[in-house]
Each structure stands twice: as C-alpha cells, then as structure tokens.
Write a protein that binds this ligand. Structure first.
Ligand code: PRT
Ligand code: ZN
Length: 299
C-alpha cells in the first residue's frame, strides 16, 4: 500500500495533550513504534501513521487535507480557524468526538489588588494573550474594545512586566495565576481535546480504520464512566435493587449454593455508585456489594 493510503493522524508532539493522546491510542489497541523525536511514528498493527507536530499546526493539517484525523484542543482549533479565515484559507473539518481530557478555560485575569468592575472596565486597555481571536470575539460580543498584546508564551508575567493591564490565558487549576499575583475574573471560552477529521470522503480502507477506531474510542469512553457491580440480594428484592442502580441493564442472576432465598446479581451500571446508594442497597438486604471499574466495553 502506498504511503498516501495510510491513515494519518496528527497529534501533539510534546505538551499537555501528548500523553493522554498516546494513552488513548494505546488503549484502542494501537502498537506504536515510538521514538518521540521522530516526526512520524508507524503503528505496527494497523495501517496508520502518527504525525507528531506542534498543536498549532494540527488544525491546518486537517483543514488542508494533509492528514485524515487530528487531536487538538478546541481553543487552538477555533483560534487557528479564525486566523485562517482571515487569510482566506480553508477552515472546514468534521468534529468526530469530544475527548475526555485536556479540559481548561480561557479566562480574563487582572492583578489581585485591582477591584473588578466588569468586562466594560477593560475598554481601551491592553490585554496580553496567545488567543487574540477568541479574546476579540468575546470582547466584541460584549461591546468592549481593547488593545491586543500578542504573546506566544509567558502571558502571565505581562501585567507585572508592564506590558499589559490584563491577560486572557488558559487556566486549569488556577495555580499559575495565583503565583503571578493575578485573579481570574471572567471565563471567555471552555475547551477540551477533540478528535477532528478532514472534511472529505475517506477511501474505503481508511473509512474502515476510522470506523474501527471510533467504535473503540466510544467503548473506552463508555467504560470510563461505567461500573461492574456484584452483590448478594434477597430474591424478593431484586426489582427494587435494580431500580436503585443507575442505567443498569437487565441484571444477571446466579443461584447461591445453600442459600435458596438469595441470589448473586451482576450488573453493569452506567454511572459510578455513590455511598448513599450502597447504603440504600444494604438497607434492602443486599450484602457483599462489590463495585469494579470496567476497562473496555463493546456493545
Ligand atoms: O509546543 P506546542 O505548541 O505543541 O504546545 P503549547 O505549549 O502551545 O501547548 P500546551 O501543551 O501548553 O497545551 C496544549 C493544549 O492543552 C491547550 O491548547 C489546551 O487545550 C490544553 N490545556 C489544558 C492547557 C491547560 N490545560 C493549561 N493549563 N494548556 C495550557 N495550560 C497552561 C496555561 O497556558 C498556563 O500557563 O497551564 C498554565 C495554567 O495552568 P494552571 O493549572 O496553573 O491553571
Ligand atoms: Zn502550541
């Protein structure tokens, strides 16, 4: 098969999304022949190449149809999309799945000692950011005009260095803002990692790979929130117990040797089980309650 027939996925080479992305691929069964310094890693057991690049390059690689899939933060996807639109470049793509990692928010922050008087108070001020387009889109919508100080890093030191009055930067724990004497005053955009596909019909071989991977990703994500629950229940309480288990499909019932009034119940629940529910189960006569994590699921 020629190199162009290989399914190509762009992922972040080094940064906050690279470990989670690699873990996702591994849990989907991909055997990655990885030398992290390489631009391209081959997948040994499927016709897939992984392109390791800077996250800022991923939206363009998908929108220019250089790769079939990309995994990137929504923040970068939208920011680069707006930039490309201004440059008259293609901006289309298909969102395949939102992934459950890389969560953060793009927020406005000001020095802690300053009183916050609402977004209007930023009118005419200088705001340092790596996301000028997302910042402008939000502030335009609020009728606020500002001067953008476009930095590609160390945004959080800009106010102290006298480069800007406020910043608009990504926040997850808030520790970076704290350490730099800043306080978060307004969320502008919420982001998480997403899987995107180039907006063009895939070759049948590639479509097969895409469908297989999407099924596996769905299985992973579904399993993530689900639990396998085992318990012993009085026979006449099985219905009431099933009703307490969130999203449980028809339970498996097994007889218990030497205990004709009880059964063992095995149930897959779509949510985790809180202590309160476990206590209610116990009150109904359930015992030996075990809650186990599920690694993979295929329905
Ligand atoms: O080299 P390359 O260009 O690929 O990487 P990068 O440095 O541009 O990106 P990287 O690895 O920092 O972030 C990649 C993506 O991770 C972002 O586009 C977001 O979608 C997501 N993400 C999630 C974050 C954060 N959380 C995050 N906290 N990206 C950056 N941060 C930074 C933030 O900029 C600030 O400096 O972490 C600091 C704040 O963190 P807290 O926990 O102190 O609040
Ligand atoms: Zn980047």
């Amino acid at each position: 098969m020629s190199a162009t027939k290989k399914f190509r996925i762009a992922m972040q080479k080094k940064g906050r999304l690279s470990i989670d992305t690699t873990d996702l691929f591994k849990s989907c069964g991909l055997k990655i022949n990885s030398r992290e310094d390489r631009l391209i890693s081959h997948v040994e057991n499927m016709d897939i190449d992984l392109l390791r690049v800077r996250d800022d390059d991923i939206p363009g690689l998908v929108m220019d149809h250089v790769v079939d899939w990309g995994i990137v933060g929504q923040d970068v996807l939208e920011e680069i999309g707006m930039e490309r639109q201004q440059d008259g470049l293609p901006t289309d793509y298909t969102l395949v799945r939102k992934l459950d990692f890389g969560g953060c928010r793009l927020s406005l922050a000001i020095p802690v000692e300053q009183e916050w008087k609402g977004v209007e108070s930023l009118n005419g001020l200088k705001i340092a950011t790596t996301y000028p387009n997302l910042t402008k889109r939000y502030l335009d919508s609020m009728g606020v005009s500002f001067k953008v100080v476009h930095l590609t890093g160390s945004v959080e030191v800009a106010p102290r260095a006298g480069l800007a009055d406020a910043i608009c930067d990504l926040v997850s724990s808030g520790a970076t803002l704290d350490a730099n004497g800043l306080k978060e005053v307004q969320v502008v955009y919420r982001s998480q990692a997403v899987l995107i596909q180039r907006n063009q019909e895939l070759f049948p071989e590639k479509k097969l790979i895409a469908d297989t991977l999407v099924n596996r990703i769905d299985g992973m994500m579904q399993a993530h929130g689900s639990k396998y629950i085992m318990l012993h229940a009085p026979k006449d309480k099985v219905e009431e117990i099933t009703a307490l288990l969130p999203g449980a499909e028809s339970p498996t019932l097994l007889t218990l040797e030497g205990n004709p009034n009880h059964v063992a119940m095995h149930v897959v629940s779509t949510e985790t089980l809180f202590w309160e529910t476990m206590e209610k189960l116990k009150a109904l006569g359930a015992s030996s309650i075990l809650v186990l994590p599920i690694e993979k699921m295929l329905k």
